[in-house]
Design a protein around this ligand. Structure first.
Ligand code: UN1
Length: 503
């Protein structure tokens, strides 16, 4: 029987709402879950419930909250295979990658369970005698977390784990096409001992979420918004939050470049470009957008890259494949549009393009009723081309060439995103110059643009975000605010700046 999933608010199932079917993109006739989408008022109501629950949760000592995070980590780890299988079934991510995604949640919990015992404030010297200064981290309050479905369980955990650890309550709105994976994760979180109302899950479409969030911000029941998704929606969320003097945590798109210098190990670069370009079918925010290869090795790299892509297995994501299907019909439609951006001056070096069907097969593979697409490499992209400038969430990689490192850096920065980047080189000077010149938040040397570790700052600049960072200790600044305290025990009024101690 098909799973029926409704929002859960304050520990209780909400009214079912409008039905939506989350399908298996590898077999589009298979419904993974029937999801009830809530309206805007339900979203705003969940924020009110969270506001109430947060008051109690904030009084739970941080080390005890850390123990809850430890339990979440253990529960997720014990359910690794089941959760990874569900992710693969619902969004078509190859099973090996889905296992990695679940691992990323456990890594996040491992990091933050200890943070419960740290969550340090500071003692700060005063300019006056007999006076002490302190800082404390205080929870922000209620966080509204809106996440995409390409990482349906790991990326939400990057918000939920630190937000909860810091003493906040959360209203989480996952992507509806990844609702079953989100619901399974939600159940594991709450089973670890979170009080009702501290973590709420609301399924809703984009319009209801936006209206519900506007209402909640107006009412003052949301204090922080976390959003992972497209740059266009991120901009709208940023504008909305700005009207309420809030700064959201935005993790948006990328047009992630990979520069290959003349002395690079080309086989290593090909391997990196294969994973970065076509892992998760090119639907990571860290996926490779454009390869910028030195003109002296451009042809050789391209030949090897095309050969590797030709050999890459595409098919059932439960099997040993590089590419499974695209996430969902909406993404498949958009990808078809990106394919129309291929211009006459481009050269497709990877064979056929478009959906894999019996009429457009990939070897023996005919697509079997799934949202499978041919991986595409397009040579000759250049500034001004949409394929060069815009994120193309899907299995397509552009290639261009350069002559000087300065030119490569300029090309890499041109689209105005700034999430991930990579350089393949054996020359440390080039690596460090690239690091200093690139506008991206993340730089890889001799490694793929994808695959950031869970305890380094993750995030971007420009069209990729507003400079906020997730993961590791840096995300604590998203979910706590600094409060300072001064305590004067001199027994007199000592005035700052006016009664500075003299020597
Ligand atoms: C995303 O696609 O939103 O670095 C996140 C990576 C993963 C996370 C991707 N650890 O590719």
């Amino acid at each position: 029987m098909t799973r029926q999933l409704a929002s859960v608010i304050g520990g209780k199932e909400a009214a079912f709402g409008t039905p939506y079917d989350s399908i298996n993109p590898a077999r589009t006739t298979e419904v993974v879950a029937r999801v009830g989408l809530a309206d805007a008022e339900t979203f705003a109501g969940a924020c009110r419930v969270a506001r109430e629950a947060q008051r109690e949760w904030a009084t739970v000592p941080a080390p005890v909250r850390g123990r809850v995070i430890a339990s979440i980590g253990r529960l997720v780890e014990a359910n690794t295979e089941a959760l990874a299988r569900l992710v693969t079934e619902e969004i078509g991510k190859p099973y090996a990658e889905a296992l990695g995604e679940v691992r990323e949640i456990v890594d996040t919990c491992d990091f933050f369970l200890g943070e419960g015992r740290r969550l340090y404030g500071q003692t700060v010297p005063s300019e006056m005698p007999d006076k002490n200064l302190f800082t404390f981290r205080v929870p922000v309050g209620v966080a509204a977390v809106i996440t995409a479905g390409n990482f349906p369980v790991a990326v939400p955990s990057w918000y939920l784990v630190p937000a909860l650890l810091c003493g906040n309550a959360v209203v989480w709105k996952p992507a509806e096409y990844a609702a079953a994976s989100a619901h399974a994760l939600y159940r594991l979180f709450t089973a670890a001992g979170l009080p009702d109302g501290v973590l709420n899950i609301v399924f809703a479409d984009g319009a209801a979420t936006f209206d519900g969030l506007s209402a909640a911000l107006e009412e003052g029941t949301v204090d922080k918004v976390g959003f992972t998704g497209s740059s266009a929606v991120g901009r709208r969320i940023g504008e909305l939050c700005g009207r309420h003097l809030q700064s959201p945590c935005l993790e948006l798109g990328g047009k992630n470049p990979m520069v290959i210098t003349p002395d690079a190990d080309l086989d290593l670069a090909v391997e990196g470009a294969l994973f970065a370009g076509f892992g998760t079918a090119g639907q990571r925010c860290t996926s490779l957008g454009t390869v910028i290869a030195h003109s002296s090795i451009h042809d050789e790299f391209l030949a090897r890259y095309a050969a590797a892509v030709e050999k890459a297995p595409v098919g059932d994501p439960m099997g040993d494949v590089v590419l499974g299907p695209l996430l969902d019909r909406k993404f498949a439609e958009r990808f078809e549009e990106y394919l129309t951006w291929i211009e006459p001056h481009h050269t497709v070096v990877s064979g056929p393009t478009g959906r894999i069907t019996p009429d457009n097969p990939r070897g023996d593979f005919t697509g079997e009723g799934g949202l499978y697409y041919h991986p595409v490499i397009v040579d000759g992209v250049r500034p001004g081309d949409r394929l060069f400038m815009e994120e193309t969430f899907g299995p397509i990689v552009g290639v261009t060439s350069y002559d000087t490192l300065e030119e490569a850096i300029e090309l890499a920065n041109l689209p105005g995103y700034g999430l991930s980047s990579s350089i393949y080189t054996n020359d440390p000077k080039s690596a460090f110059r690239f690091r200093a010149g690139i506008g991206a938040g993340m730089v890889s040397v001799n490694n793929s643009t994808s695959g950031a570790e869970a305890h380094l700052p993750f995030g971007g600049n420009g069209r990729s975000g507003n400079g906020s960072r997730q993961s590791g200790m840096w995300v604590l600044d998203q979910f706590t605010r600094w409060q300072s305290m001064n305590w004067d025990y001199s027994g007199r009024l000592q005035k700052a700046q006016m009664d500075v101690a003299e020597i």
